[in-house]
Design a protein around this ligand. Structure first.
Ligand code: NAP
Length: 294
C-alpha cells in the first residue's frame, strides 16, 4: 500500500509557520496585503476567491477583492491593475482565472512583476527557467513542497509531467529539471501516453481530463501527483487520475480533494508574504523553511 500525501495537513502546517513570519512583519509595518481581481460571476471562481481570502485572513494577511462585471473591457482592467501596481499598501496582485472574453496573457502581463504572486508574468517565468526564481507559480511550487515533505527523491529519476500550460505543466517541468530529474512533458499530441506513464518514476498529471489516467498504466512504486480537479455528477470532487487501484500501485500519491489544492493556496500565502518582504527590503531567508529550494 502506498503512502497518501496529505496536502491538507501539510498546507495547515505551512500556514501555521507562515503566521509567525506574518506576525513579526506586522509588528514592523503593515501586514502583507493581497488584492484579488475577479471578473464576472463564475461560481467556481467565487468559491476559489472566497477560500483564498479566508485563508489569508486566518494567517494575518490583509485581503482585498475587486469584483468587476462580465463585459469589463481590457482598458478598464488596465486602469484597475495600474492603480493597484501603484498602491503602496498592496504587496500581491492576483487575477482570478479564467477571464471571460478577455485576452488572458495580455491582462496577466499588466501585473507588476514584483507584485506577481502567481508567478505568471514573463519576467518571473524567465527567472524560473534560468534557475534564479522569485515568484514561482503556486501549484507547481506546492507540488515540490509535497515531494520534499515526503522525502521523494527527484535527482536522476524519470519524471513525466502531463500538460504544458504556463500555469502548471511548464513551470513544473522546469522545477523538476532543476532538481535533476529527467523530465518528459506530455500533451495532447503525445502519441503513446500509456507507454510514457509506464516509464515514469514521478508522475505529475495536469491535463484537465477527468479520471483519464488509470492506475494500471502507472509504474509500480511511482510517485503520483494529481493536479486535476473536477466535479462529478454526484457533486464529489475527483482528479485526472482514476483513484481505483492507485494506492496499491503507487509508492506515494495525492488524493483529490485534499492534495494539491490546499498546497496551492498555502503557496499563494507564502508568495504574498515573500512579496511583502522583498518590497520592504527585508530578508527573504525568513521564508526559506517554507519555500522549496530550487
Ligand atoms: P490547461 O491549460 O487546460 O492545460 C491542459 C494540458 O493538458 C494541455 O497542455 C493539454 O495539451 C494537455 N492535455 C489535454 N488532453 C490531453 C491528453 N489527452 N493527453 C495528454 N495531454 C493532454 O490546464 P491547466 O491550467 O494546466 O490545469 C490542468 C488541471 O489542473 C485542470 O483540471 C485544472 O482545473 C487543474 N488545476 C488545479 C489546481 C489546484 O490547485 N488543484 C491549480 C491549477 C490547475 P495541449 O497543450 O496540447 O492542448
Amino acid at each position: 500500500m502506498g503512502t497518501r500525501i496529505d496536502g491538507k495537513a501539510l498546507a495547515a502546517k505551512t500556514c501555521e509557520s507562515l503566521q509567525a513570519v506574518v506576525g513579526s512583519l506586522s509588528k514592523e509595518g503593515p501586514a502583507p496585503g493581497l488584492h484579488v481581481i475577479l471578473v464576472g460571476d463564475d461560481p467556481a471562481s467565487r468559491v476559489y476567491v472566497g477560500s483564498k481570502a479566508r485563508k489569508a485572513e486566518s494567517i494575518g494577511i490583509r485581503s482585498e477583492l475587486t469584483v468587476l462585471p462580465e463585459g469589463t473591457s481590457y482598458g478598464e482592467l488596465e486602469d484597475r491593475i495600474g492603480a493597484l501596481n501603484a498602491d503602496e499598501s498592496v504587496d500581491g496582485i492576483l487575477v482570478q482565472l479564467p477571464l471571460p472574453n478577455l485576452p488572458t496573457r495580455d491582462v496577466l502581463d499588466l501585473v507588476a512583476p514584483e507584485k506577481d504572486v502567481d508567478g505568471f508574468h514573463p519576467i518571473n517565468a524567465g527567472l524560473l527557467l534560468q534557475k534564479r526564481p522569485r515568484f514561482v507559480p503556486c501549484t507547481p511550487l506546492g507540488v515540490l513542497a509535497m515531494l520534499d515533505a515526503y522525502g521523494v527523491e527527484t535527482s536522476g529519476k524519470n519524471a513525466l509531467v502531463i500538460g504544458r500550460s504556463d500555469i502548471v505543466g511548464k513551470p513544473m517541468g522546469a522545477l523538476l529539471t532543476h532538481r535533476n530529474a529527467t523530465v518528459t512533458i506530455a500533451h495532447s499530441r503525445t502519441v503513446d501516453l500509456e507507454q510514457q506513464v509506464g516509464e515514469a518514476e514521478i508522475l505529475v498529471v495536469a491535463m484537465g481530463r477527468m479520471r483519464s489516467v488509470p492506475a494500471r498504466w502507472i509504474r509500480p512504486g511511482a510517485t503520483v501527483i494529481d493536479v486535476g480537479i473536477h466535479r462529478m455528477e454526484d457533486k464529489k470532487l475527483t482528479g485526472d487520475v482514476h483513484p481505483d487501484g492507485l494506492e496499491e500501485r503507487a509508492a506515494f500519491y495525492t488524493p483529490v480533494p485534499g492534495g494539491v489544492g490546499p498546497m496551492t493556496i498555502a503557496m499563494l500565502m507564502v508568495n504574498t508574504t515573500l512579496a511583502a518582504v522583498l518590497r520592504r527590503g527585508g530578508d527573504p531567508s525568513l521564508l526559506s523553511d517554507l519555500i522549496p529550494s530550487v
